[in-house]
Structures are given as structure tokens and as C-alpha cells.
Write a protein that binds this ligand. Structure first.
Ligand code: SF4
Length: 499
């Protein structure tokens, strides 16, 4: 047990940057620290005893941002004896000892493969009054036994693999997260079951490339089997996954999605570019024809599927004709939403030193045309849902204007964002509950439902949200989840164009 003063536990704060993988790693960091006796600092607390930065190396200027933030903390730490600062995540994996050379007031640097060492490193740094830097080159096995402090009562992330065996030329993930390590199916299903037992309704299976899941133990159909096995878990209402990869996507996954009732008909399938030449330069080994072939098979099996994507504009060497091909694929695929990124150099990636880097204004102009094209399609697709009944899992923090409009917000089964009027049920619907309502208006990025809800189902997740509790999953081999008091999680900053 670690204490700041006699009897008072040390407080911690985790600041998260980057992708969903990092957000989930932060849940594990919080779980580990709480197991070691730390308590989460109140949001207004400007002097927690431990501040952990979970960093991202994908965004441009990520290092400037980190060193800027570390600089701000220096005087805070000087006034607060005993305060410790730890830096983990992809940037720590990349910069290693440089971090303590540039910011000697940092106490601990830990990598993406050794999150589990953090409490011991903090203790050691305090005891030795010297910085501890521990970076492992690779994982031996997937770390299934780390406890996790969940941020939600109704939805949970479950890692199925870490790392990636691909070598996309714009991506830093392979060099920082290493080769793919698959988690054992039994461990994954135990964690999903533990979450469902604690009242969680929705689980998202998480991996850099979920379709190659099984590569380590020689079963290329392992992911489809995992989806089907999730279908047998009592109480689990929604199963999602991210991210698939068009190269490894197999038809059995489509069948598993269509035939397993709790698997949602939503698919986030990264396109990146519609041009085969650009895909080749990106070292993405599928071509647009294969991509569109998968989309049409998904639509044939699940006509209600919502398909979303990631697209990078302005990759080195992209011509106007290449870009036009991307617009063609966007029109044909009819995405319900797209994350669009302007290409910018990521130090350490092969694409950063390629010829044919495009001027900023060319990239900006194409980006604006892409957004206009995407919005035209997403809006048209959303309009098709006006008059339809949707099942909404009520969420926290999805509707910025809810307070002003008197609505609540959540996600439909296909992943679309729905803002709905609560009518006479105002005050009785809680985050984590399920509402059925009719869509009355469509915008490019959301749906509104302004009639009275048709039905409201109170859930155990809603009870827990009302009581201010979130599930904790100890390492799945260690036991069942317990329930702890939550604090609002800091919103992740930035985003990740890794796919
Ligand atoms: S973009 Fe995705 S598939 Fe490609 S190397 Fe990065 S993590 Fe792997």
C-alpha cells in the first residue's frame, strides 16, 4: 500500500492521448494502480501524487505536446514533494531514455509491453530517488492477467490481440507495438463473460487487425468462431469489433456476423485509398475491387449494416486521378460515416521519406472535396432511416447539446448516434438503459428522434450508473469483476489514423 501521508492513500491521474487501444490501456493502468492502493484523484485536483501520461506517437507534433505538458508540470512537482510523473505508451516506447534526458523531472518511463510493471517502477523510483526507464522490445505472451478499471457500466473494451504483422508504410504501430500477439480465446471469453455478469451490455473486441486473430495458433477462422462464442454469453446484447483488415477479412466472419444475434450489423472497414497504386505504395495488399467485393457481400448478408471507414488523403505520390478513384469507391461503398485524415509525415515511418510529398494546399483542397462527398452520402444514408424504429443504448457524454434540448443520446445497434426526446420518461431513463424510439430527422452525422419513446427498459447497467458504480475486472484468471466508485474519465485527446 502506498501512502502520501500517514493514512492517506496516494492519488493518481492518467492522461490519455491517441487511439482506442490507448484508452483501453489507460483502463488497465488505472486498474493496476488501484490494485496497488492508489486512488483516483478528483478531477479538480491539480496536484495528484502520481500523473501518468499514456502517449501516442501517431499524431504530428506528439512529442512537442508531451514535452510541453511535462514542462507545465515541472513547477507543480517542485511545489509538491513526493509527486511522481510517469510516461508510457507509444511515444515512451519510441523515445525511451531520451524522455528523462530531456525532462529529468520525470520519474518513470515504461513501454507498451510492460504496463504491468508500472506500480513497481513507481515504488523503485521513489525508493532510489532516481528515474526508472523500462522498455521491453516485445511481448512474450498476451498479458491477460492485468486488472482493469472500466470507465463505463454498459460498454467495455476487450483486447483480443496486440501488435500487428503488417507493414503499412504510413504506420508506426508495427515498430512500437511489435508483432501480433494473440490472446487465448478462453481468456477473452472469460473477460467478456465477467463483464456481462457485471451488467455490461455491449463489448467491443479490440485488435490492430482482428481478422488475423488466430495467426499465432494457426487458425485463420478463429475470429469468426470468437464472434459466434460471444453469441452464447448470457446478458450480452451487443458485440462489436475494431479494426478489421480487408486483406485478412474472410467470408466466415460475414456469416458469423449475420447469424449471431448479438453481433451488431456495423462494420468499420478501413479503406485508406480507393487507388490501387496508392494502396500499393501504402503496402496495403488488397485492391479496391477486393474491398468493394467485401462490402457487397456484407450488404447481401446484412442489408441493414452500417459500414464506416478510415481514409487518408494526400499520401505521397497521390495524383488527381488516384484521388478521383477514392471518391468513386466512397460513392460505391455508401459509408454511413468516415474518419478522414490529411496525410502528414510520421517520423520513423517509410512514407515519411518517400518522394512525391504533396503541398499542403493540394492536400487541403482534396480533403475538403472528400468531406463534401462523404457528407452527401452519409446524409442520404441517414435519411433512409427517418420513420424507422431504432434501439438505443443510452450513453454518457454523446450529446453536447442535450442539456439545452432536453434530449438524451446513445447509439443504435448499427452504431449510429441518436439524440432522442425523453417525453414523459424524463428523469427516469439512465445511461445504460435501452430505449426504442422512432427517427424523425436525419443529419449527416446523427439522427434525431423527437417523438415520445415507444419503450424504455431499465437495465442493471442503468442501475449501476445511477448508483455511481463501474465494473472492475481483475486479471481474468484471478476472479470475477468487482464494483468500484467511478470518476469521470478524461476524454482521450487526438485520434489515430493507424488504420
Ligand atoms: S495501419 Fe493497421 S494494419 Fe497497417 S501496419 Fe498499422 S496497425 Fe497494422
Amino acid at each position: 500500500m502506498t501512502t502520501a501521508a500517514a493514512g492517506s492513500p496516494r492519488t493518481y491521474q492518467v492522461r490519455t492521448y491517441g487511439c482506442q487501444m490507448n484508452v483501453h490501456d489507460s483502463e488497465r493502468i488505472s486498474g493496476l494502480l488501484e490494485d496497488a492502493g492508489y486512488v483516483r484523484a478528483a478531477e479538480a485536483d491539480e496536484q495528484p501524487d502520481v500523473v501518468v501520461f499514456n502517449t501516442c506517437a501517431v499524431r504530428e507534433n506528439a512529442d512537442n505536446r508531451l514535452y510541453g505538458n511535462l514542462g507545465h508540470l515541472r513547477p507543480v512537482k517542485a511545489k509538491h514533494p513526493g509527486m511522481q510523473i510517469a510516461v508510457g505508451g507509444c511515444l515512451a516506447q519510441k523515445d525511451r531514455g531520451d524522455i528523462v534526458r530531456k525532462a529529468p523531472w520525470v520519474d518513470v518511463v515504461f513501454g507498451t509491453h510492460n504496463i504491468g510493471s508500472l506500480p513497481a517502477l513507481l515504488d523503485r523510483a521513489r525508493h532510489n530517488t532516481a528515474a526508472e526507464v523500462e522498455i521491453l522490445e516485445s511481448l512474450e505472451v498476451f498479458p491477460s492477467t492485468l486488472p482493469t478499471r472500466r470507465e463505463s457500466t454498459y460498454a467495455g473494451w476487450v483486447s483480443i490481440s496486440v501488435g500487428c504483422n503488417n507493414t503499412c508504410t504510413f504506420c508506426i504501430v508495427p515498430s512500437l507495438r511489435g508483432k501480433e500477439k494473440d490472446r487465448r480465446p478462453g481468456d477473452i471469453l472469460s473477460e467478456v463473460r465477467a463483464l456481462a455478469d457485471s451488467g455490461v451490455l455491449e463489448v467491443t473486441l479490440l485488435g490492430q487487425n482482428v481478422n488475423s486473430y488466430g495467426v499465432e495458433f494457426g487458425d485463420r477462422y478463429a475470429f469468426g468462431k470468437l464472434l459466434r462464442a460471444c453469441g452464447d454469453i448470457d446478458g450480452l446484447e451487443r458485440v462489436r469489433f475494431t479494426s478489421p483488415h480487408p486483406k485478412d477479412f474472410t467470408d466466415d466472419v460475414i456469416a458469423a456476423m449475420a447469424e449471431t444475434p448479438n453481433v451488431c450489423h456495423s462494420l468499420h472497414m478501413p479503406l485508406q485509398s480507393g487507388s490501387d497504386d496508392v494502396l500499393r505504395a501504402m503496402r496495403r495488399s488488397y485492391r479496391s475491387e477486393r474491398y468493394l467485393g467485401i462490402i457487397s457481400k456484407v450488404r447481401a448478408a446484412m442489408p441493414d449494416a452500417a459500414i464506416t471507414t478510415d481514409i487518408i488523403v494526400g499520401f505521397p505520390g497521390e495524383t488527381e486521378a488516384d484521388f478521383a478513384r477514392t471518391l468513386d469507391v466512397v460513392r460505391e461503398a455508401r459509408f454511413s460515416s468516415a474518419f478522414t485524415f490529411q496525410y502528414s509525415k510520421r517520423p520513423g515511418t517509410p512514407a515519411a521519406t518517400m518522394d512525391g510529398q504533396l503541398p499542403k494546399q493540394v492536400v487541403q483542397e482534396r480533403y475538403e472535396r472528400l468531406i463534401a462527398c462523404v457528407e452527401e452520402i452519409t446524409w442520404a444514408e441517414n435519411k433512409k432511416l427517418v420513420g424507422e424504429t431504432v434501439e438505443v443504448l443510452v450513453a454518457v457524454g454523446e450529446g453536447r447539446k442535450d442539456e439545452r434540448t432536453g434530449r438524451m443520446s446513445g447509439r443504435a445497434r448499427d452504431g449510429r448516434l441518436v439524440h432522442f426526446a425523453t417525453g414523459e420518461l424524463a428523469g427516469r431513463i439512465r445511461p445504460g438503459d435501452i430505449v426504442h424510439t422512432v427517427v424523425t430527422y436525419a443529419a449527416p452525422h446523427h439522427l434525431n428522434a423527437d417523438g415520445a419513446p415507444l419503450a424504455h427498459r431499465r437495465t442493471r447497467a442503468g442501475d449501476a450508473a445511477e448508483a455511481g458504480q463501474v465494473p472492475r475486472t481483475p486479471g481474468v484468471l484471478l476472479g470475477l469483476p468487482t464494483v468500484g466508485a467511478p470518476a469521470a474519465a478524461p476524454a482521450p485527446v487526438g485520434g489515430c489514423a493507424a488504420h
